[in-house]
Design a protein around this ligand. Structure first.
Ligand code: ADE
Length: 250
């Protein structure tokens, strides 16, 4: 998968060299390209913002550098995928709520472009113009306001990338994640343990050492339900009728 990130802070993305994503980039599974928006400014101060039309606080990102940046970045198709259309992601607190479902869908795309806004956001005509050439999605990572789209982009890139075949050592582990479709769907993952079996007076639950796979599965499901009821009760209420048996609801 190719991912282009346009930002005024390319250094913000140093963590993408680390760990699983760093390895996926080295192996070629992930082709992440960073672009400094100021490359597409033409004044002495490399200006990317201006005051909002109609007044109000803060500054708005000017459309011209964004237009040129998107033309340059999206005009350059990945090798062997000249027909591929990029999908533009605009991280914004006013976007649709980003979920594991979005991540699963986006992980099937060949090419994503993230446009990181700062200040009060990007002039709305940029998204309007981009939508004439490619699909555009506004996504929010939560009901709070970040200083810019960079940290939201890091979150979404990591969430999508770990779903690509070959990125996680064990593909089963992604299927069992909290929120994963087909696996734990609307339940949270319960507690996990490793050796030593006794540590500072705390013991690993004996069922996990019993070798009884059926009992382990039942225990894990019960623990998932318990954790979901405690931390995210609304997920249980939102589950389809009959999703969790009567025993589950008790
Ligand atoms: N930019 C600022 N806040 C954001 C949020 N919550 N999600 C995505 N992008 C953002």
């Amino acid at each position: 998968m190719r991912i282009d990130i346009i930002t005024i802070f390319p250094d913000y993305f140093a963590p993408l060299d680390l760990s699983l994503l760093g390895k996926a980039r080295e192996s070629g599974i992930l082709d992440i390209r960073l672009h400094d928006l100021r490359t597409w400014t033409h004044d002495r101060h490399n200006t990317v913002d201006d005051t909002p039309c109609g007044g109000g606080p803060g500054m708005v990102m000017k459309p011209e550098p964004w237009g040129e940046a998107l033309d340059a970045v999206t005009g350059d198709a990945p090798a062997g995928a000249e027909e591929a259309t990029p999908r533009l992601i605009l991280p914004t607190p006013s976007g649709a709520g980003f979920t594991q479902k979005h991540a699963e869908r986006l992980s099937g795309e060949p090419w994503l472009v993230f446009a990181c806004g700062r200040y009060e956001g990007i002039d709305a005509r940029v998204a309007e113009e981009a939508a004439r050439h490619m699909p555009v999605e506004e996504l929010s990572i939560g009901d709070y306001v970040l200083a810019g789209g960079e940290s939201a982009t890091l979150v979404m890139v990591e969430t999508v990338s770990r779903l690509l075949p070959g990125v996680l050592g064990n593909t089963a582990s992604a299927q069992e994640d909290s929120f994963a479709s087909g696996g734990m769907d609307s339940l949270l993952e319960g507690p996990v343990y490793t050796r030593p079996t006794s540590w500072r007076g705390h013991d690993v639950p004996p069922v996990l050492l019993s070798g009884d796979h059926g009992a382990v599965e039942r225990w894990r499901r019960d623990e998932s339900l318990r954790k979901t009821a405690r931390n995210r009760p609304e997920l249980l209420r939102a589950a389809p009728e009959g999703e969790f048996g009567r025993r589950d609801q008790e």
